[in-house]
Design a protein around this ligand. Structure first.
Ligand code: FES
Length: 574
């Protein structure tokens, strides 16, 4: 790393020279009421903000951008807020996953095409975190990630409600006839009480924790509730720190290496984080030129204890996690499993950042000698149903189902599943294995969170609450159950999931990392010969680009042309 000077700032090329172009840039800065002293010789900080009315999780980010600006001004920088596509998980269809790479491209190109020296990234709702980080890693300018923060605990009749996890729990009870319409509406009103991201250990909190474990956020940032006064304070500090980082020329690829990615995976496992993290971390590493495979996750999973007692696999919520010490305390407890020498945005190591942290509630955050689970945050299974791998979260499953065989009930599409699942004539019992295909990166397309297939209503009424479910889809990190996800290759491209038939026997053995259908190789060859590819639905636009370049789940679902560290030329200033 080298120290920057005023003339070696990237933005100097726009604002510094005594020429016609710079005259234009400066005169238009003046048109916004800025005087030269506001920006001349100062780092320009791009604040990429994913605020939108279309994203309830980010409804406070307009105000938070102001807090970041305050910090930037105070440290002698010049803030420039830049809105970007919001990826509102709840409202955007068919799925935000389809647009993760679009936001990543937008972030990268915003940073490239404007006079930016460093950036603060405001995100948190599921895909926004990996997308913003992917763009920033590719552009490799100094960057701090500011997480939106989790929302407050949900509440219904004095019971604590968790995003997603309790939706699925009470929806099952509603379908079983145990909850009436009035109670259901009260739950609807009480489950999301504030701005912020889902407050279970879903994909949002998993990925903001990944950002922090990688060294991209200020220590403790990912655990602060969105509406806590400590949140805008953290934003202010991020604004101040990014200005220092520009002068220090501390860039993402100074921070990221194989060890920092191992730390991030280990943190996800200790949090019992979302299965989605597997896809996103592989994609993030790809942008830094680091090759990660599913085996890295499985190897670390065998030796990493689950320390966070948070729903969906545990008891508490993110607000409790914050009061118990937050991610900093968990990382300190996890120290024997981490490389504490990794550099972070503070300019200090991960070990230095967490050294003073303490656990204030040892039931919410456990120590390694008293874990919630000894291991198994995430497990990778393979076999003739998933040759290149599939993911399961055993700690969120009923243990009796982790070694299981049963007859397959096969759904060719999400719509077919919805049409048949509650049919009293469905030939399913508690041992059946529910299979959904054509729900992968290309098949759906966009790999929606359909992998938590609903339990058939007739079985719910018999008291069944979990079954083995298999798909090439993803699952919300807030959900639970014995769900084998991300089956690769997906059925749409001819993976073996396309070949399974109703009535085939499926064998799942999590301990042996196996997922197979009991069908002979000769019969599979016959089925493969008869299989015909489907047409995609997109003939133009972003959907067509997506279908041409999206990679499979085990490879991170990035676009093939966005991976790697090949430099893209800086824009000419004409
Ligand atoms: Fe935004 Fe869950 S819907 S984080």
């Amino acid at each position: 790393m080298s120290q920057k000077t005023a003339k070696s700032l990237r933005s100097y090329r726009w604002f510094g020279p005594d020429d016609l172009r710079s005259f234009g840039h400066r005169s238009r800065a003046a048109s916004m009421g800025c005087i030269q002293a506001d920006y001349a010789g100062k780092p320009v900080i791009g604040i990429i903000n994913t605020w939108s009315d279309a994203n309830p999780c980010h409804s406070h980010l307009r105000e938070r951008a102001e807090a970041v600006k305050r910090g930037v001004w105070q440290a002698g920088g010049f803030p420039m807020e830049m809105p970007a596509i919001t990826l509102g998980e709840t409202f955007q269809k068919p799925t935000t996953m389809m647009y993760r790479n679009l936001l990543a491209m937008e972030a990268e190109e915003l940073l490239r095409s404007y006079p930016v020296d460093g950036c603060v990234l405001l995100g948190g709702c599921d895909k926004t975190t990996p997308a913003l980080l992917m763009g920033a890693i590719s552009m490799n300018l100094p960057a701090i990630f500011v997480p939106a923060g989790p929302m407050l605990r949900g509440n219904w009749h004095g019971q604590i409600l968790g995003s997603g996890s309790d939706v699925m729990k009470y929806w099952a009870e509603r379908r079983a006839g145990n909850i009436d319409q009035q109670a259901w509406l009260q739950i609807e009103e009480g489950i999301a009480r504030s701005a912020g991201t889902c407050m279970t250990m879903g994909t949002a909190s998993t990925m903001t924790s990944v950002a922090e474990a990688l060294g991209f956020s200020l220590p403790g940032a990912s655990s602060i509730p969105a509406v806590d006064a400590n949140h805008p304070k953290m934003c202010d500090r991020a604004g101040r720190r990014i200005v220092e980082m520009v002068w220090e020329d501390l860039k993402p690829r100074n921070i990221l290496n194989a060890a920092s990615f191992r730390n991030a995976i280990t943190a996800v496992l200790a949090l019992s984080g979302s299965t989605n993290a597997v896809i996103h971390i592989i994609a993030l590493a790809g942008r830094a030129g680091i090759k990660l495979t599913l085996d890295h996750f499985d190897e670390l999973s065998k030796k990493t204890p689950v320390l966070a007692n948070i729903r969906p696999s545990g008891k508490y919520l993110m607000e409790d996690f914050y009061y118990a010490g937050g991610l900093s305390a968990l990382l300190k407890a996890l120290s024997p499993h981490l490389d504490l020498s990794c550099l972070t945005v503070t300019g200090k190591t991960l070990g230095e950042n967490v050294a003073a942290s303490e656990i204030y509630n040892s039931d919410v955050i456990r120590n390694v000698d008293n874990p919630v689970f000894a291991s198994g945050g995430l497990v990778i299974v393979r076999g003739n149903l998933a040759p290149t791998g599939a993911v399961i979260k055993p700690v969120a499953a009923e243990p009796r189902l982790l070694k299981h065989e049963g007859r397959a009930i096969v759904f060719d599409s999400y719509n077919e599943m919805n049409a048949r699942i509650d049919d009293p004539a469905l030939d399913a019992d508690a041992n059946s294995v529910l299979v959904l295909r054509n729900a992968g990166p290309k098949g759906a397309p966009g790999m929606p969170e359909w992998g938590n297939l609903p339990i058939p209503q007739k079985l719910l009424k018999q008291g069944v609450r979990d079954m083995v479910r298999i798909s090439d889809a993803r699952m919300s990190g807030t959900n639970y159950g014995t769900c084998v996800l991300h089956v690769s290759p997906e059925s749409f491209v001819g993976g073996p999931l396309a070949l399974i038939k109703e009535g085939d026997i499926v064998e799942l053995d999590v301990e042996r990392r196996q997922l197979n259908m009991r069908v002979s190789e000769e019969e599979l060859s016959r089925r493969r010969a008869a299989w015909r590819p489907q047409q995609g639905v997109y003939r133009r636009g972003y959907g067509k680009l997506y279908m041409q370049h999206i990679k499979q789940a085990d490879e991170g679902c990035d676009f093939d042309f966005l991976e790697g560290t090949e430099a893209i030329p800086e824009p000419e200033i004409h």
